[in-house]
Design a protein around this ligand. Structure first.
Ligand SMILES: [Zn+2]
Length: 144
């Protein structure tokens, strides 16, 4: 696959909005409403065009209120133990919604597994790629 990235302009817009939110908070940490507006717009665009964002981006946005989550500023980050596993619990300070992520260095996200990559498999490659392409758009990392 590779080659031309589909929806390049949309990804550039997502990237711009995400970076703009970071800039706003870096310049004026009080101006969280504007950063939230940028992130909300970013999420709306991504949802409308069904674009997949990188987990590193997705994990820094609140699922409840679209705030940009920066530990110590707009969210708290705590380490917890549950069922013998370590979790990072992130709580948004605006809407108190929390998300938790498995904190295990050996854990690999499904999107990073070789079988998750289009055209990654030898053998029945063309068939699988065609079948997958019908259902889901390619999900490249958004340009930064
Ligand atoms: Zn929130």
């Amino acid at each position: 696959m590779a080659g031309q990235v589909k929806d390049r302009e949309a990804f550039q817009r997502l990237s711009f909005l995400y970076q703009a939110a970071h800039c706003v908070l870096a310049q004026d940490p009080e101006n969280q409403a504007l950063a939230r507006f940028y992130c909300h717009t970013e999420r709306t665009v991504a949802r409308r065009l069904v674009l997949r964002r990188d987990p590193s981006v997705k994990r820094t946005l609140c699922r409840g209120c679209s705030s940009l989550l920066l530990p110590g500023l707009t969210c708290t980050q705590r380490q917890r133990r549950c069922r013998g596993q370590r979790w990072t619990v992130q709580t948004c300070l605006t809407c108190q919604r929390s998300q938790r992520f498995l904190n295990d260095p050996a854990h690999v996200l499904w999107g990073d597994l070789p079988q998750a990559q289009l055209g990654g498999q030898p053998g029945e490659k063309s068939e699988t790629t065609a079948a997958l392409a019908k259902h889901s758009p390619p999900h490249p990392t958004p340009p930064r």
